[in-house]
Design a protein around this ligand. Structure first.
Ligand code: HDC
Length: 273
């Protein structure tokens, strides 16, 4: 473990992030720094650790690694403290949790702890899972470990959802979202996307994670953790429908692409504060 990676942000980064996950000009608390309730949408917690130096080299972990075949598989975020600062200097430190062999693919899970540089307090904890197509078959462990909330299956109950939020993404959603720090060409360059097996650039997993998280936050308020599995890809411009079920202190949710009916986020839940 090294000394960690610094992430400095200001109110401008907060507004850019909020807009990147679909905040509207009328959502003054998200888009206007002069609003009394100005804040960052809590899924922002995935941004500071994003650039944290990986404690490994993917080429050393799995066979045939290619950045074009990398997809975001799952994300787990804990928000350690509210209110989330709207400007701060944070330090993130990552460690490798596990490498799983899915036969055709490899799954690599990394944990990142983010602390406030000024106070030393922990602000966010993330576990990010990447799905590496074509990188399996190395005789590794075949099942991921049980890590409680971060790996829970979160099967939606059979009854109708307690809340449904529909949101159309824009054609520019990925081009805007990437300015918050994920510059992966998969989301903007058609040639790169094609080599990765997609007809056109696809939306960042963490962008539609943010859109779904914004829906949960808007309906049920602050959550202390949230976990999602990226079950299918989303094209910028498509409409996302997030269905939510309140189960005690937990909101189980899933997100579908309206135009295709396919699941984009499954196995998802947020535990309320
Ligand atoms: O589920 C498929 C899919 O396409 N999901 C959507 C992927 C996506 O769009 N992600 C977001 C966009 S990519 C992105 O944002 C990248 C970003 O820029 C950078 C990422 C972060 C960088 C961080 C640096 C550290 C797919 C392709 C993932 C899997 O589909 P299939 O191959 O059909 O798999 P399936 O037959 O359903 O299952 C095989 C085994 O794999 C497990 N699994 C499935 N989906 C998973 C997953 N594991 C983790 N995450 C997922 N999303 C299944 O459980 C199954 O395992 P088992 O056989 O043991 O049951």
């Amino acid at each position: 473990e090294g000394t960690g990676t610094e992430f400095n942000y200001t109110e401008r980064d907060v507004m850019l992030y909020n807009l990147g996950i679909g905040a509207k000009r009328t959502d003054l608390r998200y888009v206007f720094e002069g609003n009394d309730d100005f804040q960052v949408i809590p899924t922002f917690g995935v941004i500071p650790p994003f650039d944290a130096e990986a404690p490994y080299n993917l080429d050393d972990l799995v066979p045939n690694f290619s950045p074009m075949m990398l997809l975001h598989g799952e994300q787990y975020l804990e928000i350690k403290k509210y209110p989330i600062p709207t400007a701060a200097r944070l330090i993130s430190k990552g460690r490798l949790l596990e490498v799983v062999d899915k036969g055709n693919a490899a799954v690599v899970k990394t944990a990142v702890t983010t602390t406030n540089a000024a106070t030393g307090e922990e602000v966010f904890y993330n576990e990010m899972t990447i799905f590496l197509r074509g990188c399996g078959g190395f005789d590794g462990q075949t099942k991921p470990a049980d890590r409680g909330a971060s790996t829970a299956a979160n099967k939606p109950p059979a009854r109708a959802p307690d809340a449904v939020v529909e949101e159309k993404t824009t054609e520019e959603q990925a081009a805007l979202y990437r300015l918050s720090g994920d510059y992966n060409p998969l989301h903007v360059d058609p040639a790169f996307a094609k080599m990765g097996g997609f007809k056109q650039p696809i939306l960042h997993g963490l962008c539609f994670f943010g859109i779904a998280g914004k829906a949960v936050y808007g309906q049920f308020g602050a959550f202390k953790n949230v976990k999602v599995r990226f079950a299918g890809s989303v094209m910028p411009g498509q409409t996302l429908v997030t269905e939510m079920w309140k189960e005690g202190g937990k909101v189980v949710f899933q997100t579908k692409v309206k135009e295709t009916g396919k699941l984009a986020i499954g196995g998802a839940a947020a535990e309320l504060v």
